[in-house]
Design a protein around this ligand. Structure first.
Ligand code: S2G
Ligand code: ZN
Length: 496
């Protein structure tokens, strides 16, 4: 074989044309030679992707090539802005033909590096695909394109007297397509489930360039494998989500928030059981006192209670009569589960109390914490917290660790703050060493090393703690079927 890069490109191009498939193993070499040969300038895209908006601007490459994890420096080749599914198909077919990697991109609020483009990929941004249809009252659904912001869906549902069940702090920036690709959870999974549970119809373009219309908004459909659930949570590695039909719920009306002080994490599950029996719960969250300290400093808030507590529970339920609330509080106080508490007196007060939980993440974002987002069955939460507490004391004696999360679905966020005296690289290395211990606990409890933030780039080395070798091989085979050229978000979720 002639060895110069140019000749390799010619041979590969002929091969690709003949096979209509670019062999993934040739991709890197082929791609670099291709980029060089074709100097991938604006005219190349105008020629090969007619009608598709493309940006090669440095600012766009920097902005669209990263996500909230910032785990690698962005370095995409270009950012593409399709307006509809047919243009997404056009992009996939072109990427297959020339062996170019695609990174689907929504609101880029991900925390595991799933939307990072650091190796010359093409970022496929869905942000120009923002169409939404009117709410269908009969079906209690809304059909939206992938680029619609989560908060917009919430507003459209409320305007129609209905309720979109998924909510989290980043809802004002995240997009529905990205929520589906990562199966986003949030604060009300306890009552409404995950994003997965809201999807009645799904439109997507697979890595072969086929356009799928899945389930068509049906509630019942017993006609074989449910392919929408294969794509939900696949992090852009199988297909590009282009639209969805979302389930809407009856609006819950006025809600009550109780913020309760606890002396021990052993009280968490008994309190959860008591609350679920006594109240119509929609959320049951917890956080340690140092979370309150960071939120109060960040947001300029007074502490929620006069006396600082070891940890807190914030629960949300349907509005309750004063005497019922007092009765519940008295019950759990007498059982020694809580030491203090406050109940919201208005919807505005409820929203104020939510700030102590919802603003934790933003209050420490600048400190670049090392994040663990783990899950076990609710019954195993006390044992997990006990084991992790012992690990933290042994391996992180000088680190500040913030614990918060969603007891109502077994999801714990363990955020470790880097000591000022420690270099970022040393800190990351030490945290990753401790991961082996943390994830061994998770594995022993049958838990998940990534509850809601996805695997992306960051959690890949530890996937085997939650998924068996057989499962990982099956995932690889499914990927090779839906993305035979390996162009779909390569290197994410499954190591290449
Ligand atoms: C939460 C938000 C992201 C983070 O607050 O429940 O999922 O900081 C988190 O971990
Ligand atoms: Zn969370």
């Amino acid at each position: 074989m002639i060895i110069c890069g140019y000749a390799v490109v010619i041979i590969n191009e002929a091969l690709a044309e003949w096979l209509r498939i670019t062999p993934i193993h040739a991709n890197e070499e082929y791609r670099m030679a291709f980029l060089k040969k074709n100097s991938m300038d604006k005219s190349w895209f105008e020629q090969h992707l007619r009608g598709v908006t493309v940006s090669l601007d440095t600012d766009d490459l920097q902005n669209y090539g990263t996500d909230w994890s910032k785990v690698r420096d962005p370095a995409p080749t270009a950012v593409l802005f399709p307006q509809h599914a047919e243009q997404v198909q056009q992009i996939v077919v072109c990427a297959r033909k020339y062996g170019l990697a695609l990174v689907p991109s929504g609101g880029r609020t991900g925390l595991s590096g799933g939307a990072i483009a650091a190796d010359g990929e093409l970022v496929l941004s869905l942000e120009r695909m923002r169409a939404l249809e009117p709410v269908c009252q009969a079906d209690a659904t809304i059909r939206v394109q992938a680029g619609v912001v989560t908060a917009t869906v919430q507003q459209q549902a409320a305007a129609a007297g209905l309720f979109y069940g998924v909510d989290f702090a980043a809802a004002g920036s995240s997009q529905i397509g990205g929520n589906i690709a990562t199966n986003a959870g949030g604060i009300r999974v306890l009552r409404y489930g995950l994003t997965r549970d809201q999807i009645l119809g799904l439109e997507a373009v697979t890595g072969t360039g086929e356009l799928l219309q899945l389930n068509h908004g049906l509630i019942k459909n017993a006609t074989g494998y449910d392919l929408r659930h294969l794509l939900i949570g696949s992090e852009g590695t199988l297909a590009v989500i282009t639209a969805a039909t979302l389930k809407l719920w009856p609006h819950p009306g006025e809600r009550q928030v109780l913020l309760l002080a606890l002396d021990s994490h052993q009280a968490l599950v008994p309190l959860f059981i008591a609350a679920r029996q006594a109240l119509a719960l929609s959320a049951f969250e917890f956080f340690t006192h140092n979370c309150v300290r960071h939120v109060c400093a960040h947001a300029g808030l007074a502490p929620p209670l006069q006396q600082a507590a070891k940890l807190y529970v914030l629960l949300e339920c349907d509005a309750i009569a004063d005497d019922h609330a007092a009765e519940f509080f008295e019950q759990v106080f007498d059982q020694g589960l809580v030491s203090d508490g406050v109940i919201s007196q208005s919807q505005q007060h409820a929203q104020q109390l939510w700030q102590y939980r919802e603003r934790i993440s933003e209050s420490i974002a600048d400190l670049r914490p090392y994040k663990n987002d783990i899950a076990v069955r609710i019954a195993a939460v006390p044992q997990l917290l006990q084991q992790l507490d012992e690990l933290v004391r042994r391996y992180y004696p000088d680190f500040e660790v913030l614990w918060y999360g969603h007891i109502g679905d077994g999801n714990i966020h363990m955020n470790v703050l880097r000591p000022e005296s420690m270099q970022a690289a040393d800190f990351k290395r030490q945290c990753e060493q401790v991961n082996e211990q943390v994830f061994a606990c998770i594995q022993q409890l049958g838990g998940s090393i990534s509850a809601e933030h996805g695997v992306g780039l960051l959690k890949q080395p530890w996937l085997h703690y939650s998924r068996s070798g057989t499962e990982i091989e099956l995932m690889r085979q499914i990927k090779s079927l839906l993305d035979p050229d390996g162009i779909m978000n390569p290197g994410k979720l499954l190591s290449s």
